[in-house]
Unconditional design. Structure first.
Length: 183
């Protein structure tokens, strides 16, 4: 990736916008820096919209953002989408490479889950899970997810719990390695 070569040759010259300290974009930027062996100047904004304004104005060079927010700017030609943080290419954007194609093992994506209190009876959890799995197979629902640049998964409750635990562990390592402190 030419960008990584540039960042390595020019340490501290790439300015990266984030949605703020400790946000998805900040932690993704830290993970990228660790895995690529580069160092950015981080500019924490107060949310995605102000950070995108800084990027559009040329105040910063790069931003790791949630596609649901920035994809309209990409489609409008105002931003260039370099790569996605998902493990595999997105079905809605099959021509856009993943960061993992350059940095194997890289993965960062925002996700949402349906959760219930731990005391929820197993039959109720199973019913809700089955209903959600059926709903995300519906073509209209899948299209709506694609329109939002989202990939529905529909894991079992056990698979979702394992994913969540692994994600917490991964980000905990990034937070510690990057010495991220909330102010």
């Amino acid at each position: 990736m030419d960008f990584i070569a540039y960042a390595k040759a020019n340490p501290g010259k790439v300015v990266a916008a984030t949605q703020g300290i400790g946000t998805t974009s900040h932690l993704t930027s830290e993970l990228f820096q660790m895995m690529a062996g580069v160092k950015f100047v981080q500019v924490p904004y107060r949310g995605s919209a102000p950070a995108l304004q800084g990027l559009l104005a040329g105040d910063v060079d790069i931003m790791f953002d949630n596609l649901g927010v920035s994809l309209a700017l990409v489609k409008g030609g105002q931003l260039r989408l370099i790569a996605v943080g998902t493990e595999k290419r997105m079905s809605a954007l099959p021509d856009v490479p993943t960061i993992a194609e350059t940095l194997p093992g890289f993965a960062s994506s925002a996700w949402f889950a349906v959760v219930a209190p731990p005391s929820t009876p197993a039959p109720i959890v199973a019913k809700i899970s089955a209903d959600i799995a059926a709903a995300i197979k519906d073509p209209d629902v899948r299209k709506r997810f694609a329109d939002l640049s989202a990939e529905p998964v529909g894991d079992t409750p056990a698979e979702a719990a394992a994913f969540m635990r692994a994600d917490v562990e991964r980000w905990n390592k990034v937070i510690k390695a990057a010495n991220v402190r909330l102010e």
